[in-house]
Write a protein that binds this ligand. Structure first.
Ligand code: G3H
Length: 492
């Protein structure tokens, strides 16, 4: 199915289950070799309005469909994804440069997420409350609460998991009776179009999933300014989120429900008693898988000075063993190119700033355009930009500290608060540090990670707002509680 769908490399926008082609297009090139992956439609405001209208009309019907009906469509989507695993893997690799293994894992994980959401959706329950519990009341009132959909949810996924970040946004919205307008990212957008075709093939009702694309001021800002939008589920950079919040505040109405999954500067804290083999292995994978282009990538190591040298030796070995840089279509290569030249330039700016201020380069390798081997810099200090900024690329700063409290202070000084990890054998220290870290998730003796996908996923400070993933939690985020009160005459 996918082979046929992508063969012309020209995509329309999706409205009412129909692909509509536009006059103008935006080309998407592969980070692997700059070859054309496809052309995404550049939509105008009239076409965006058409999608909003379709989503609104679909919502009026979709909210009344049974959960069983919706869940069955989800199972079909999961089946198609499993059947099309190889072609989806190849597409993700081509479009975002992810290694074959990582792309293939992304496909499997996504098929599993869908069936998990289908099961979780069956557990959406309400409550019964009695007035007699509140002072001054008897048995005269009974409240029934139900979780009902919000309306139209705008879903905006990032480039780095074009399948796996996009699908939970769609299914989290539609399984609870919302409709969604998916805004395809520029890179990763072709995979989003394929997702649209998969839902079409699975028999999803017209207008429940519409897909828009194009320039950010139209497919993003104009869309979000519509008063008909009830919720936004966005994953991407903090900078874009700040822009989106300004756009939303210009709407002449109250804000929609907002879920934001943003950047991070995840600190991995390594204490003197840590299992250094485990720490080196987990930190290497945590920092460099998909070239560090993950919000949960480990982006700082805060290590006790007394064990730093030993740790770095072990880290070097693990990196050497685990990472082979090259064309990600070759199954032997474990990291490919970073997404674009902006990322390359930013990495070099941060690296040069650190070196100029006295950092030491302890790991580096081939550095050829977008193909960059993992880089580790030691003796990073607080005056260096790399201590605070998020490179979203394969570069890891090591900051040496003298004690636990210094590690906590530096970890919390960041503007971000996504995740942190702690490596120690002392459970008391681990829990003390975890209690002090201002982040959404703390990993003890393991790398930072969003999954498994039943766990909640959220950030503090500039890392986000609300639970944007974790089946139960996203379902809660995308519903509201509606209360119906029965008033009994004979109990007055
Ligand atoms: O880019 C942010 C992703 O949500 C990170 O997900 O922890 O599964 O790599 P991951």
């Amino acid at each position: 199915m996918i082979k046929e769908f992508i063969k012309n490399k020209k995509y329309g926008y999706l409205v009412d289950n129909t692909w509509v082609y536009t006059e103008n297009y935006k080309e998407v090139f592969s980070p692997i070799d700059d070859s054309l992956v496809g052309k995404l439609p550049l939509m105008n405001t009239k076409q965006i309005d058409e999608c909003i209208e379709s989503s609104y009309n679909a919502f009026l019907k979709w909210r009344d469909t049974s959960k069983n009906y919706r869940v069955n469509i989800l199972y079909k989507v999961s089946d198609i994804i499993k059947e099309e695993k190889e072609d989806l893997t190849l597409l993700i690799t081509e479009e975002v440069g992810k290694s074959y293994k990582e792309a293939s894992d992304e496909v499997v994980r996504t098929a599993d997420i869908i069936t998990f959401y289908a099961t979780e959706a069956q557990r959406i329950l309400g409550e019964v409350l009695y007035s007699e519990s509140f002072p001054g009341f008897g048995k005269e009132k009974m409240a029934i609460t139900q979780k009902v959909p919000l309306g139209i949810v705008v879903s905006i996924p990032p480039f780095n998991y074009p399948l796996n970040e996009t699908i939970p946004k769609i299914i989290g919205a539609i399984v609870t009776g919302n409709t969604t307008i998916l805004k395809a990212p520029n890179q990763g957008g072709i995979t989003c179009m394929v997702i649209g075709e998969i839902f079409r093939k699975a028999g999803l009702d017209n207008g429940v999933l519409n897909i828009v694309s194009g320039d950010n001021d139209i497919a993003g800002d104009y869309l979000l300014q519509s008063k008909k939008i009830n919720a936004l589920n966005f994953t991407g950079s903090t900078k874009t989120a700040v822009h989106i919040q300004k756009v939303l505040s210009q709407r002449n109405t109250v804000l929609p429900t907002i879920l934001l999954g943003l950047g991070g500067k995840d600190a991995s804290i390594v204490l003197p008693d840590a299992d250094l083999n485990l720490a080196a292995e987990q930190i290497a994978i945590g920092a460099f898988s998909f070239s560090g282009q993950r919000c949960t990538a480990i982006k700082r190591v805060l290590i006790d000075n007394t064990i730093a040298d030993e740790f770095i030796d072990k880290l070097k070995e693990v990196i050497k063993k685990k990472f082979i840089l090259g064309d990600p279509r070759n199954k032997e290569n474990t990291i490919g190119p970073v997404i674009n030249d902006i990322t390359v330039n930013y990495l070099h700016t941060l690296k040069e700033d650190a070196l100029k201020k006295g950092a030491q380069l302890v790991v580096s390798g081939e550095d050829n355009g977008r193909y960059i081997y993992p880089i580790v810099l030691d003796h990073i200090t607080e005056d260096m930009r790399l201590a605070w900024e998020e490179p979203f690329s394969p570069i890891l700063p090591i900051i040496r500290v003298n004690n636990i409290n210094e590690a906590i202070t530096i970890a919390n000084k960041s503007e971000y608060g996504l995740q942190s990890s702690i490596f120690t054998k002392n459970i008391d220290d681990a829990f003390y540090i975890a209690s002090q870290l201002d982040v959404g998730n703390v990993q003890i003796n393991g790398k930072d990670s969003r999954g498994p996908d039943n766990f909640p996923f959220n950030g503090t400070k500039s890392s986000g707002i609300g639970n944007i993933q974790g089946a139960k939690y996203l379902i809660d985020s995308l519903t509201r509680i509606k209360t119906t009160v029965l008033n009994f005459k004979n109990h007055e």
